[in-house]
Ligand binder design. Structure first.
Ligand SMILES: Nc1ncnc2c1ncn2[C@@H]1O[C@H](COP(=O)(O)OP(=O)(O)OP(=O)(O)O)[C@@H](O)[C@H]1O
Ligand SMILES: [Mg+2]
Length: 359
C-alpha cells in the first residue's frame, strides 16, 4: 500500500538515479542513494540520505535495508548477492532474475530465443579458436562483445573476415565473449514496459534511436514504424518482463531490418536513455512510473503529448549551453556533473516536434 513519506532506496549514483530521486520527491517520498561514490554525485547530491559504501559491504547494506521501504537500481550490474540480501528486507526492483539475465549477453539472448523472440545469430566465444570457427560459420561481418559489463558501445570490436581475429579477441581482455552477426538495420527501436508487484503491465510508446560511435545520441517518439512491428516489440518486452517476474521497468533495444523484421539486441531492467523524452512528453514519465511500481501506487497513463525528440548533451556540447537555454520550447535537463569530459553524458534536451500525436 502507498504511504507518502516512505523511503525509496536507490542503488547507483548517476543521472538515472538523479531523475528517480526527482520523481520520488514529487510524490512526497524520501530517497536514500547507496553507491561506492554516493557523495558528490548526480543522484547523491539531491537525495535525502546517502550511503557511500561498496555493494558487498554487508554491514552498510543491512543498515541501508533497515532504513528503506523499497529498493530499486539505476543499473543492471549490481552483484547478485546484493539484491538477494536486500530482497529479504524489502520490495526489491527489478528483481534477481532480471538482474541475473540482463548482466550477461548470452543469457538475455537465450531467454529471448526461448520466448520466440528473434535475435541476430550469435556464438559464445571463450578463446580465439572459437572466434575463428564462428567467423567462418558466420561468413560475413560480425561484432564481438564482452558478455558482461559493456555499456555505451564499450567492450566491442567490429570484425570482417580478413581481420586479425586473435588480436581482436585479446583486445577484449576476457574469455567470456559473444560474436553476433552484424545486422544492416534500417532502424533501431526501443520498447519500455512497467510492471507492478501484482503483475499489472503498462507499455510506453516506442522510441526510434540514433547512435553515434556506439552511444545513443538522439531519440524520436512515438516511433514511426509499421503497426505490426510496434505490436511485436510491445509483445516481446511484455513477455520478457513476465518471464523475469520483473518489478519496475524493462527496456528492450531492437534492430528493425528493411523488410520489417524485429530483432532483439539487449534488455535493460531500469529507466532507459531513449525514454528521457517521457519526462515532458508523456502523461507519466518513465521515472514516475518506476516509483509508482515500487511504492505500491497504481501505474499512470502513458499517452503521448504529440511527438518528441530527445538529444543527449555530451561534455563537448557544453560550450553551446547558453544557445540551448535560449531556445524556446526546449526542455533542458542537466545532471549536475562537475567535469565536462568528451563523450560524457552531461544532460539532455527534450522538445515537442509536433502537437499531433501518432496513434
Ligand atoms: N549485432 C549488431 N549489428 C549491428 N549493429 C550493432 C550490433 N550490436 C550493436 N550494434 C550497434 O552498437 C550499438 C551499441 O551496442 P549494444 O547495445 O550491444 O551495446 P551497449 O554497450 O550495451 O550499448 P548501450 O549502453 O548504449 O545500450 C547498438 O545500439 C547498435 O547501434
Ligand atoms: Mg545498447
Amino acid at each position: 500500500m502507498f504511504t507518502p513519506h516512505k523511503t525509496i532506496g536507490i542503488l547507483g549514483s548517476g543521472q538515472l538515479g538523479r531523475m528517480i530521486v526527482i520523481a520520488a520527491s514529487q510524490l512526497g517520498l524520501r530517497t536514500h542513494v547507496y553507491a561506492p561514490d554516493a557523495n558528490n554525485s548526480p543522484a547523491g547530491d539531491i537525495a535525502h540520505e546517502r550511503t557511500e559504501a561498496s555493494y558487498d559491504n554487508h554491514t552498510a547494506l543491512a543498515l541501508f535495508a533497515s532504513n528503506v521501504d523499497a529498493v530499486t537500481s539505476e543499473f543492471e550490474n549490481v552483484p547478485a548477492n546484493t539484491m538477494t540480501f536486500l530482497a529479504q528486507h524489502c520490495v526489491a526492483s527489478p528483481g534477481q532474475a532480471a538482474l541475473h539475465t540482463a548482466q550477461h549477453r548470452i543469457r538475455e539472448k537465450s531467454l529471448a530465443r526461448d520466448l520466440g523472440i528473434k535475435t541476430p545469430r550469435f556464438w559464445h566465444i571463450t578463446d580465439s579458436t572459437d572466434l575463428t570457427m564462428a567467423m567462418t560459420e558466420l561468413g560475413g561481418d560480425g561484432i564481438l562483445k564482452t558478455c558482461q559489463l559493456g555499456y555505451d558501445g564499450k567492450g566491442q570490436v567490429r570484425l570482417s573476415e580478413n581481420d586479425d581475429l586473435a588480436a581482436a579477441f585479446n583486445s577484449l581482455q576476457t574469455n567470456d565473449a559473444i560474436l553476433e552477426e552484424m545486422i544492416p538495420f534500417h532502424a533501431e527501436a526501443s520498447f519500455l514496459v512497467a510492471r507492478t508487484i501484482d503483475g499489472s503491465l503498462s507499455l510506453f510508446p516506442a522510441s526510434l534511436n540514433e547512435h553515434k560511435n556506439g552511444i545513443l545520441a538522439r531519440s524520436f517518439a512515438p516511433a514511426t514504424l509499421p503497426d505490426a512491428v510496434i505490436n511485436e516489440g510491445k509483445a516481446a518486452v511484455s513477455a520478457l518482463a513476465e518471464a523475469l517476474d520483473l518489478v519496475g521497468l524493462l527496456a528492450l533495444e531492437t534492430f528493425v531490418t528493411e523488410d520489417s523484421q524485429l530483432l532483439f539486441n539487449e534488455i535493460a531492467p531500469r529507466p532507459h536513455n531513449s525514454f528521457h523524452w517521457s519526462i515532458e512528453g508523456c502523461e507519466t514519465s518513465q521515472f514516475t512510473q518506476l516509483i509508482r511500481a515500487v511504492a505500491g501506487l497504481p501505474l499512470g497513463g502513458t499517452n503521448c503529448y504529440g511527438t518528441w525528440q530527445m538529444d543527449n548533451l555530451f561534455g563537448e556540447d557544453m560550450g553551446g549551453l547558453e544557445a540551448l537555454a535560449n531556445k524556446a520550447g526546449l526542455h533542458l535537463h542537466l545532471y549536475g556533473k562537475a567535469e565536462a569530459k568528451t563523450g560524457r553524458k552531461m544532460g539532455h534536451t527534450n522538445q515537442q516536434i509536433s502537437k499531433k500525436a501518432i496513434t
